[in-house]
Design a protein around this ligand. Sequence first.
Ligand code: NAD
Length: 409
Amino acid sequence: MNERSSSNSQYINVQSSLAVPSEPVVAYITGDGIGSDITPVMIEVVNAACKKAYGEQRKIDWQEVYAGQKAFDLTGEWLPKDTLDAIQRAHIAIKGPLATPIGGGIRSLNVALRHQLKLNTCMRPVRYFDGVPSPLKKPESVDIVVFRENSEDIYSGIEFKAGDALCEKLISDLKTVYSVSNIHYPKQSGLGVKVISEPASKALVRRAIQFAIDQNRKKVALVHKGNIMKYTEGAFCHWGYEVVVDEFGGEKVGGFYEIENPHTQEIIQVEDIIADACFQHVLLRPESFDVIATMNLNGDYLSDALAAQVGGIGIAPGANIGDTCALFEATHGTAPKHAGKNKANPSSLILSAEMMLRHMGWTEAADYVLQGVENAINDKQLTYDFARFYEGVDPISTSAYGQAICKRM
Ligand code: NAD
């Protein structure tokens, strides 16, 4: 990754290189609910880290764009076109949580953002921070990055409601045209279509392997349920191995495929694992996982389950990545009952910003953010959600936690 000095051109190609000017525009969405508590703190922490790392040489030009309630109040739209255009122009954006508008004609603003910006890969790193309460005996063994396909699977929105005329017609066609005989309650069954394509599967696996190469990771697991869903999940696995062999020169050695990392000449092992076994193994021996590549639904379940293993459901960061754009985001929701109280934990958004800085190639600033968070948690400078697990630890506010991080970089 390299830096370009011109301040008004920024171009990103996530798969290969990212050229970032010294004052890049980063679009941000404050978010609903606790978004207005955590987003200013995230910006303060990132600005402090950049200043510490680069002085006045590099800094972020933050540009607020609107989505959710704030956008609706200002424009009458939940997700204005101007917002999508601004994110596309900036190529890099970060967002707080967004409430799903009820009766707004949008199933989910998050899903709409991912679809409209073609952010086909969701990336969720899961690791343990010393001092975070966890249900595991050895949570420090968890250091796994989940790559989840973002655009397909059962999330494609092709669903038919039980009893609707279209649903009944489809069931009738399935029976007569396709000889499907095992729909046991035709009049009372809803239907959903699972879409898994070769291009999207290959793009996801390609990105996961490239990440393993760039970050010197040792293993990639393709997680699927292909033993049951042969032509969707099974196909994902098959296409994944085609990427391994055709694009990365992988070779089968015993039960694995091996790829040589061109930077280090070390071996990256690729295997596939059935999803239910994967859920057992990540709990019982998490140290044997490194990078996971999987489809939308498996990835949704796995990333939250893994985050919970390290006590990090409130601090797990995330990114949605496409070919020309990346949107980093807090993975939790709007926590409406805590909104405006300056008590929510901003770590998920701050660690998403840390991923964003790394993605931009600003690794020194990213390291400062990480160091600040690690040290603050270690020193028991904790917001209410973590402090309540420790006797004698008084919770601090969202803004005080931000200051504690800045002081400890
Ligand atoms: P939630 O994540 O808002 O809340 C779940 C629990 O976690 C609550 O007890 C909440 O108080 C707590 N919590 C969440 N984030 C916290 C933080 N940063 N600090 C301290 N405690 C925190 O999930 P929900 O209640 O199911 O959803 C509320 C709204 O958020 C819904 O409208 C939902 O659609 C939306 N949502 C948005 C996103 C997103 O924008 N990525 C993700 C999930 C839910």
